[in-house]
Design a protein around this ligand. Structure first.
Ligand code: TEU
Length: 543
């Protein structure tokens, strides 16, 4: 826990980071070319979204060979070169371990499918249906349809897929499956990576196959999401990681805060991503989260989980300025979010482009989205005869294309992601000409400059790496907290005061005492916060 200390983790979505061979698709050599940029913003750890052989129905979260690099990303030699070059830059690589399911193209599954007596049948969940094409139970998957698909050549036999149909769930109660997964971990750890981000780590244990309570999304989840039995399965991963002193960061879908805390306290995971912020409701019209709810959720996470994997963004979410900041206030709001992310207790996870204040597509037609979740929502809306605008709003609100637009390094054609006249696999964001590394590097007022200042503050103030957190009484739209040295230490303390809203708000002037290290406004009024104003103060230690 807290093993990363003051460091943050930078998430790279390889398809959209840097295309070195000019085929419109990002690749490993591209990442290697950009190590200089990563170093310049203080990155010490990179999490790569999946780079393994995949039909890319779910952009690599559907794996057909866990031990091969997908040729679109490069070769094994490219990967080893990246690990080595990263190491030379003091950057460690974390890979994405996606073992709740495989792709339906994985040889385990194709063998299981073609031969009923294959031992690989027991790698998955094959079950008899209820006759007449009726599945074994009423569970639904991410596309709102049955979580079971009937085999083409075996009537009344079904396989389980809790995500998409092309992602059959692995049967973790089969020791051979666990052994195979442990082998995959060793394979990559032996190549010098420092650990894994683990996909859907809370969904392995299926504790019964009865019908579930009917819900719009995820009927049956009470039988396979965050079951207490899951801990003993995760321990199988911990065993391997411990042999290498490797990091395990789990995506804790559906887990309560206390369950995430348990994974940490029992040393099963180093830390887990909570979905509390991700699942905050957004306003139906403007798509933003209420500032009060954001505040409440942050405080709950910070006080109930010993060490948080803090994040506002990843490859599944809309950009944070769109989710948390009212229109017209993005410049200040982006900095406020970055400031919070980099000063809360725990490890910050920064998703590529977040340091620039990247935003969602301006024009978004969900029917053209590449993402399978977006398409599933549109289909669902159509089937249920929802009004067109509602289907469209729902789909674009959840579209994962937004954060997957190519990274923008400069304002030349191709934005430094790819070359001129090359069609990227997903279209460029309309704002890339303005929101890009080059422009922002030249501008001391940019989000990137603010981010770099935050990294420096983290490095200069050990209390941000390891200190306790204490929330100060404040208005419901203001977040104010102290980072205090561990008991017995005399480091300086840090106070952060942020207005989470688009309103100008009065505050207790006492919150404005101390040495101002960083703010997103030039003019400071001790008793007042302008919209989305953030201030970071140092309070000298009691030597
Ligand atoms: O996401 C798991 C997850 O919880 C999703 O339901 C997520 O909330 C959804 O994409 C939002 O619409 C992980 C990966 O991060 C995601 O990219 C994969 O598609 C998914 O697992 C399946 O592997």
């Amino acid at each position: 826990m807290g093993r990363l200390k003051g460091d943050f983790v930078y998430q790279i979505y390889p398809a959209s980071f840097k295309d070195s061979n000019r085929d419109g698709f990002g690749d490993l050599n591209g990442i290697r070319e950009k190590l200089g940029y990563l170093t310049s913003i203080g990155v010490r750890h990179v999490w790569l979204s999946p780079i393994f052989l995949s039909p890319m129905v779910d952009m690599g979260y559907d794996i057909a060979d866990y031990k091969a690099i997908d040729p679109r990303f490069g070769t094994m030699a490219d990967f080893l070169a990246l690990v080595q070059a990263a190491k030379a830059n003091r950057i460690g690589i974390l890979l994405d371990l996606v073992v709740n399911h495989t792709s339906d193209q994985h040889p385990w599954f194709t063998k299981a499918l073609s031969d009923p007596s294959s031992p690989y049948r027991d790698f998955y969940f094959f079950r008899k249906g209820k006759g007449n094409h009726r599945p074994p139970n009423n569970w639904t998957s991410m596309d709102f349809k049955s979580a079971w698909t009937e085999l083409p050549n075996e009537p009344d036999v079904f396989y389980l897929h809790t995500f998409s149909k092309t992602q059959p769930d692995l049967n973790w109660s089969n020791p051979k499956v666990v052994e195979a997964i442990q082998g995959i971990m060793r394979f990559w750890l032996d190549k010098g990576i420092e650990g894994f981000r683990i996909d859907l780590v809370t969904c392995y244990a299926k504790t019964g196959f009865q019908d579930g309570r009917k819900t719009t999304v995820g009927t049956g989840q009470e039988h396979y999401v965050a079951q207490p039995e899951n801990h003993s399965l995760v321990k199988k991963l911990t065993e391997v990681a411990d042999g290498y002193d490797a990091l395990l960061i789990g995506e804790c879908f559906g887990a309560s805060r206390s369950d995430i805390a348990r994974y940490e306290i029992d040393h099963e995971l180093d830390m887990g991503f909570s979905f509390d912020l991700t699942h905050l409701p957004t306003h139906w019209r403007n798509g933003t989260v209420k500032s009060r709810w954001l505040k409440r959720a942050i405080i709950a996470l910070q006080t109930q989980i010993p060490w948080n994997a803090n994040y506002f963004e990843n490859h599944d979410l809309r950009r944070s300025p769109n989710r948390f900041v009212a229109r017209g206030f993005r410049q200040a709001g982006t900095k406020a979010l970055l400031g919070i992310l980099m000063t809360l207790k725990g490890t910050p996870f920064v998703y590529q482009g977040e340091e620039l204040g990247a935003v969602d597509y301006v024009r978004h037609d969900p029917s053209k989205a590449l993402d399978l979740v977006t398409q599933a929502i549109l289909e669902f809306a159509k089937e249920k005869h929802l009004p067109k605008f509602l289907g469209k709003t729902l789909a674009s609100r959840h579209s994962r294309d937004n954060a997957r637009a190519p990274m923008a390094f400069d304002y030349q054609p191709g934005f430094g992601f790819s070359g001129i006249n090359i069609k990227p696999w997903i279209r460029y964001n309309e704002r890339s000409g303005i929101i890009n590394v080059q422009k922002e590097s030249e501008n001391p007022e940019s989000a990137l400059s603010f981010f770099k200042a935050l990294v420096k503050i983290r490095n200069d103030n050990p209390v941000l790496a390891q200190g306790r957190i204490h929330f100060l009484p404040s208005k419901s739209r203001v977040l104010a907290y102290l980072r205090l040295p561990e008991t017995g230490k005399k480091d300086d303390a840090i106070r952060v005061v942020v207005n989470l809203s688009r309103f100008s708000l009065g505050i207790n002037p006492k919150l404005s005492k101390g040495e101002l290290l960083l703010a997103n406004r030039h003019e400071i009024k001790p008793g007042r916060l302008t919209p989305y104003e953030i201030r970071i103060y140092r309070i000298p230690g009691q030597a």
